[in-house]
Design a protein around this ligand. Structure first.
Ligand SMILES: [Zn+2]
Length: 502
C-alpha cells in the first residue's frame, strides 16, 4: 500500500515542533480523512489541497486518502500544513520520485489555484525546523526574507505548488533569500525635539538607564506622549539574540513587513485605552496571538490615559510584569509568549483634564478616585513618578537641548556598570534587583540610607517604596559614574516619588 511522508511545523506561542505528515491511499470510495487533532481551518485544508493539486495539473489519487499528522497528541491549528499535506499525497501517489522531500520541511498555505500564501509564525517555525536537523525549509516567497534570518538551515521560497513539485522532482530551482540589507534605524523621534520639561527628561534618562517603569502625569497636550515615544531612542539597540526573539513574536503576531523583516531596535507599542484583555496580553480564537505586552517585549509598552483603561486589563499586566512572560491556557495546551517590557504610563491628573490645574472642576473625591485606580499591585512596580507642569517660559528659548544620541551614550555606560555589578545574580538592570539583595548584600552606607529610614520611620513611605527608591538611587549613581550611591543620589531618587501625583 503506497505511503507518502512530508514534514511541517506546529507553532504554539513562540515555540515550534516538527510535525510528520503521512498520507495513505487505500481501497474504497474516493474520500479524504484527516486524523491527528486538526482544528477547523485544518479540516478545510482537505478541500484546499485537493483543489490546488488538481489545478496545478497533478492527479488527485483515486481511492480513500488518509492523512495523519503526528505527534497525534499535539493540536494542529491553522493552514501552515497545506504544502506538506499536498506533498505527502503526491508522494503517496508516486508522483514525486527523488530524495528531496525527505530532507525538507514545508511551510505555507495553498490557494485553490496552487499559489502559496504566507502564514504567521514563519520565523519560529524555521527555527524549529533547523533544530529538528532537517537540512532545507521551503517557505512562501513572501516570507523568504523573514525565514532567511535563521542561520544553519537552507531556506528556499516557492510561489506555487507547481514550482515546489518541480523542485522536489529535481527538475526546477527555488528562490533563495537575498543577502540581508542593512536594517535602517526606525524613525523614532529625537529627544532634542522636546523643549523644556527638564525634570521629565531626566526621569526618562533614569528610566532608560535602570530599566525602571515610569508614570507621567500632567495636563493634556503637555508632551507626555512625545516624551514616552522617545524612550526607545535612549535604549541600546537589540543584541542579535534579542533581535531574533522579538522578531519571532512579531512573526506570530503577523506584524512584520517585507521591508523590515528583522526588528533591531526596542519596539514601542502603544495600545489604545479602550483595548481589551485579549489585545493587551494575547489570546483570541483559533491559534492564540500575542498581545501588546508581548509585542513590546524588550521594548516599551506605553499606556496613555491609563486611568481610563479597564481594571481587568490593568490587572492582566501583573503576571507579565512579575514573570516577564504571558502564558495562555487553552483547550489545546498552553501558549507561551515572552513579555519583558518597560512600562510607561501616562495619565491626566483628573477626569476633566484642564490645561491649568487651577481650572479643575472635579470634586476632590473624584480626583482621588481617578488615579487611585492605578494604586495597588501595578503601582508597586512603578519606580519613577513624575508630575509634569505646563511650561510658562523657556519653551522658545534657544538653549541647546541634548540629543538622544548624547543621552544614549550616558545610558549605555550606566547600563554597563549595572550589568557588571549584578552579573553574579544573572541580572542586567537595577529595576530587576530583588529587595533583599538591596537591603543585605548591597546595603548602602548609613549616611546614604538616612533619608530613606527617616521617611520609613515617619510613615511617609512603605518598605516597598524604600526598595524602589534605593533601586533608583543606584541608577542615579550609575549615570554619574559613581561607585556607590551617596546621600544626594538617594535624595534625588526620593524626589521622584514624593513629587509624584500619587
Ligand atoms: Zn478635574
Amino acid at each position: 500500500m503506497p505511503l507518502g511522508r512530508a514534514y511541517s511545523v506546529a507553532v504554539t506561542g513562540v515555540d515550534g515542533q516538527l510535525v510528520e505528515i503521512e498520507a495513505d491511499i487505500g481501497q474504497g470510495l474516493p474520500s479524504v480523512h484527516l486524523v491527528g487533532r486538526p482544528d477547523t481551518t485544518l479540516q478545510e485544508s482537505r478541500d484546499r489541497v485537493r483543489a490546488a493539486i488538481s489545478n496545478s495539473g497533478e492527479k488527485w489519487p483515486d481511492g480513500r486518502v488518509i492523512l495523519a499528522l503526528s505527534p497525534a497528541t499535539l493540536p494542529k491549528v491553522g493552514s501552515v500544513y497545506d504544502l506538506a499535506l499536498a506533498a505527502a499525497v503526491l508522494d503517496a501517489a508516486g508522483s514525486i520520485p527523488g530524495p528531496r522531500l525527505a530532507g525538507a520541511v514545508l511551510l505555507g498555505e495553498l490557494a485553490l489555484d496552487g499559489r502559496i500564501r504566507r502564514v504567521r509564525g514563519i520565523l519560529p517555525a524555521v527555527i524549529a525546523a533547523r533544530n529538528s536537523g532537517r537540512g532545507t525549509v521551503v517557505v512562501p516567497v513572501a516570507a523568504l526574507a523573514e525565514a532567511g534570518l535563521v542561520d544553519g538551515v537552507r531556506v528556499l521560497g516557492a510561489t506555487t505548488l507547481i514550482e515546489l513539485v518541480d523542485w522536489l522532482r529535481g527538475s526546477g530551482e527555488l528562490a533563495a533569500p537575498e543577502p540581508m540589507r542593512p536594517v535602517p534605524v526606525p524613525a523614532i523621534g529625537d529627544l532634542n525635539e522636546v523643549v523644556g520639561q527638564d525634570e521629565a527628561r531626566w526621569a526618562l534618562e533614569v528610566a532608560a538607564a535602570g530599566g525602571h517603569h515610569l508614570l507621567l502625569t500632567g495636563p493634556p497636550g503637555i508632551g507626555k506622549t512625545m516624551l514616552a515615544q522617545r524612550l526607545p531612542s535612549l535604549l541600546p539597540p537589540l543584541r542579535e539574540r534579542e533581535s531574533l526573539e522579538v522578531t519571532a513574536i512579531h512573526s506570530v503576531a503577523g506584524t512584520l513587513t517585507d521591508d523590515h523583516p528583522l526588528i533591531t531596535w526596542p519596539p514601542f507599542v502603544a495600545p489604545h485605552h479602550s483595548t481589551s484583555v485579549t489585545a493587551m496580553v494575547g489570546g483570541g480564537s483559533g491559534s492564540a496571538r500575542p498581545g501588546a505586552a508581548s509585542c513590546a517585549h524588550r521594548g516599551v509598552l506605553f499606556l496613555d490615559e491609563c486611568a481610563e483603561i479597564g481594571t481587568k486589563v490593568l490587572e492582566a499586566l501583573r503576571t507579565p510584569l512579575e514573570e516577564g512572560e504571558v502564558r495562555i491556557a487553552r483547550r489545546d495546551g498552553v501558549a507561551r509568549y515572552p513579555a519583558r517590557f518597560q512600562l510607561v504610563l501616562a495619565a491626566n491628573p483628573c477626569p476633566c483634564a484642564p490645561a491649568r490645574d487651577i481650572d479643575c472642576i472635579c470634586a476632590p473625591l473624584a480626583r482621588r478616585r481617578y488615579l487611585g485606580k492605578l494604586s495597588g499591585p501595578l503601582m508597586d512596580r512603578i519606580d519613577l513618578t513624575v508630575q509634569m507642569h505646563a511650561q510658562s517660559a523657556g519653551a522658545f528659548s534657544d538653549t541647546e537641548v541634548e540629543s538622544s544620541e548624547t543621552v544614549r551614550a550616558r545610558v549605555s555606560a550606566a547600563r554597563a556598570a549595572a550589568a557588571d555589578r549584578w552579573s553574579d545574580l544573572g541580572l542586567t538592570t537595577n529595576a530587576e534587583v530583588p529587595g533583599h539583595i538591596l537591603r543585605q548584600k548591597f546595603r548602602l552606607p548609613a549616611d546614604a540610607l538616612a533619608p530613606v529610614e527617616n521617611a520609613l520611620r515617619h510613615g511617609r513611605m512603605s518598605a516597598r517604596g524604600a526598595d524602589r527608591a534605593i533601586r533608583v538611587a543606584w541608577t542615579v549613581c550609575d549615570l554619574r559614574g559613581g561607585g556607590i550611591p551617596t546621600p544626594q543620589d538617594v535624595l534625588q531618587a526620593l524626589g521622584f516619588r514624593q513629587r509624584g501625583a500619587i
